[in-house]
Structures are given as C-alpha cells and as structure tokens.
Design a protein around this ligand. Structure first.
Ligand SMILES: [Zn+2]
Length: 298
C-alpha cells in the first residue's frame, strides 16, 4: 500500500516509471475548450487529473440571494408587486448557475480570507438586479457592485419572465467554491479522456477495396492511390469496425494505455488553460502532502 502510494506520487510529479517523465502536450487551447495529450502515464493518473478539474478547481458562483419584499416603485411613482412567476428558490438556483468571471489570483475562500469570513472584495462579489415587468430577466441584468469587469460572462441566460405589475429587486452574493460541494462551482465541464488510438495497416494484405474507409464512422481512412492512409488517428473512436470488415490481421487498431487524449470545456468563468494549470497544482500539492506524511511514519 505504502509503496504503491509512493509510486503514484512520483507519477504525478513527473516520473511514473524510472526514466519516464509524464508529458503534457497542448493540442488545442481555446478560451473555453481544450484538447491535451498526456503521455508516459497511466489511466489512473489521467483520471486523477480529470477529477481534479471537475471537483477541486475552485470558481466563483452566487451562493446567497436576498429578495426585496413589499411594493417596488419606479421613478414615475408606479407601484409594482415584488413577485415573479417562479418561486424565489428557483430564481436563486438559476442565479447560482450563472458563470461568474473568476480570477484565481485575486479571489480566496471566505473561510480563509483575511476578513475573517465577513465578506470583502477578496472573497465576495455583490450583484444587484432590479427589473420591472413585463420583461425577461437575463443574467446580464446582474450588475456587479464595484468593478464592472465582474459582470457575468454570458449576458443572455434567461432567468425568469416577469408579468405586468411584477418586479424583482435582488442582491446576490458570489463566493468561491469547489465542484465537489455543488455543481455550480464546477470549473470544467464535459471532461473526458480516451486511450490514444494507433492504427496499423498491413499493406501486403490490403487490396484497396476501400471497405474499411466506407465503414469508418469518423471517416479518417483514405487512399493515396497505392495504399490506405490514416488522415487523423486522434479522431479514431476505437470502434474496430474497419478491423471487422477487412481481411483478418490486415488492420490493427489499439488504444495505448500510456498515452491519452483529454478534452474538456469551461463555462467561461475560468479560462481552459487556467483550469489545467490549477488542477496540476492541486495534484502536486496533494501528493507532496502524502509524501510528507509517509516520511513521518518512517
Ligand atoms: Zn474576505
């Protein structure tokens, strides 16, 4: 048990096996989505990275919503009822899911903040929302109190439709949290990995019948006139259809268990690059803690 834990710890820090260093190659890095190749590793380590991205990387989300009660008046003296067609709890839940821009160098957890958890610009964002019906309330109607760059990243998420004479006056408080506490704090979405596909075609057994190419669901097998070529092996889903339609042993498709394609998205609260870096930092810190504890046992 002890030896096993130590081997994993070294794996995250770099050397899964002696002389091998875990390597991360960024294939695609957009603001909200990324594709990376992780090699010289094992499925368990890649899964650790996936789980850290989903459950451990923090982000800001609305946690408390205060609804004004009683009549609301506009500047012309018209009176509105503090009401909406949805329960307050549902509106609060929808506001909680609105992506809030998160700078992890700026924000800290409330219970770890120098303010002692009272709430300050380092741990809390306050939003106000004031809408009078008939209208649709959108995420963009949340106005940050203070820094305007903290406005929600997507402005067009519908929250609730207000009818004639209805109005909402809301104060909402966003704090830092983790995906393992609630999905609204989940920094990365659609995180998945697959074994790196390798396709080998025996040219001696291939008569260019093209049946493999026609059967391929992702259409990556082509002919250059003399032989079958694989256009983009990373698109292969390891379905093995080409292997089944071709002569025995002519095509070999394998998914490597030491190299993986990891893809993920973010909702815009964090940049995809920041999610990766933060998740790796979390794993590094966690395993150095384990290593320290093991040293203290000796
Ligand atoms: Zn604070």
């Amino acid at each position: 048990m002890t030896a096993q834990s130590r081997r994993v710890a070294r794996g995250v820090e770099g050397s899964e096996e002696k002389g091998k260093v875990m390597n991360i190659e960024i294939k695609e890095m957009e603001e909200r989505r990324a594709k990376i190749i992780v090699s010289n590793t094992t499925p368990s380590i890649v899964n650790l990275l996936r789980r850290a991205m989903i459950a451990d990387v923090p982000k800001m989300a609305i946690e408390d919503v205060e609804f004004h009660l009683g009549p609301i008046r506009d500047e012309h003296g018209n009176e509105y009822e503090s009401a909406a067609p949805l329960f307050d709890e549902i509106i609060a839940h929808r506001l909680g899911l609105v992506p809030i821009p998160t700078d992890l160098n700026l924000f800290t957890f409330r219970d770890q903040c120098s303010c002692g958890g009272v709430g300050c610009p380092q741990c809390t964002i306050i939003y106000s929302l004031s809408k009078k019906g008939p209208c649709t309330v959108y995420s963009g109607d949340l106005e940050p109190v203070g820094d305007p760059s903290l406005a929600p990243v997507d402005k067009n998420i519908p929250i609730v439709k207000l009818g004639e004479g209805q109005a909402l006056l809301i104060y909402a408080i966003a704090v830092l949290g983790r995906g393992k506490e609630h999905a609204k704090w989940q920094a990365a979405q659609a995180v998945g990995y697959k074994y790196y596909p390798e396709i080998n075609i025996d040219t001696k057994l291939c008569d260019l019948c093209m049946e493999c190419a026609q059967s391929c669901p992702v259409n990556i097998l082509k002919s250059d006139g003399k032989k079958i070529i694989v256009e983009d092996n990373e698109k292969c889903t390891l379905c093995n259809t080409c292997v089944e339609v071709c002569a025995p042993n002519a095509i070999k498709v394998i998914g490597r268990d030491d190299k993986f394609i990891l893809t993920y998205e973010t909702d815009g609260a964090l940049k995809a690059y920041d999610v990766l870096i933060y998740a790796l930092r979390i794993l590094r810190d966690r395993f150095s803690e384990i290593e320290k504890s093991l040293d203290s046992i000796k």
